[in-house]
Design a protein around this ligand. Sequence first.
Ligand code: SAM
Length: 310
Amino acid sequence: MADSPIPGGDTPEQRIVNPLCERETINALRKQFGFAFNKGLGQNFLVNPRIPWQIVQEADIDASWGVLEIGPGIGCLTYELAQHAGRVAAVEIDAALLPILEQTLPFDNVHVVHADFMDLNLADWLPSQFGDRPVAVVANLPYYITTPILMRLLEQAPPQLRRIVVMVQREVAVRLCAPSGSPEGGAISLAVEYRSLPRILFRVPPGCFMPAPKVESAVVRMDLRTSPAVSCSNPDAMFRLIRQGFGQRRKTLVNALGNQGPFSKALLGDALDALHLARDIRAERMTLSQFAALTDFLLNHACPDGGAVL
Ligand code: SAM
């Protein structure tokens, strides 16, 4: 299903019960706990019960799985996850939501953790939470920090992370799933392609949230690969080149990389010739395998110690 609207209808027989997705519940909790939405933390809570239900269907998890949720809010997605996963660890940065979550999520398999997701060391933290279970990240992400969260997951998560199913802004969803070499792509698209097989599942209009955001949203699923999409002698160096290239995406790659970093424009030109690429190519026209080949060429010809200067 490519980028279609929310699947299913809203006929009575399909009605889904999730008390934490009701505007009345959210308003009652706001009153009871004196809670105010924090815009700066990307707090747009889901108020259409079909969305968390559908997200969890698409995540395709069962009791053998652990789920990391980033930002449970008042717990409407967590509520659905608790019915399917063996264990859910929900990481929430906002201390004001903790007493609310204590009341809304009375489930033995749910553990709320008060932390900034960006402070977690995933290589240690995931096994400490989930043992050797396969893990999925399932979340309605705070939009102000979508890319750093996804980069952290793609770069740092141990192999037990098998799947990421996240709600993001629709234009970000398109970028995440853009094949490398296409104009919609960015540095994040190449990182996603390197580590996963991504696809857009469905769109979500602003009216499904409280308060309603200004933009449309979409849910993306990324299945983590067991080995990277391309082989490169130094992936860290490759991603530094990718970031530099996209940092000045209007410039040719030779100028974007040659004006900073350790490689001369002459060597960069030689590398493009050797790879049969145009000398005026820009980062957005480069595929992931071409970036891998470029990195290997540059490291072999300029940097015999394996890329320490890159
Ligand atoms: N899951 C809820 C839902 O779908 O209704 C809330 C989603 S809301 C878009 C994003 C949530 O992420 C908020 O609860 C916000 O406080 C939390 N959050 C924001 N930044 C965070 C961070 N760095 N680490 C953990 N949680 C964060």
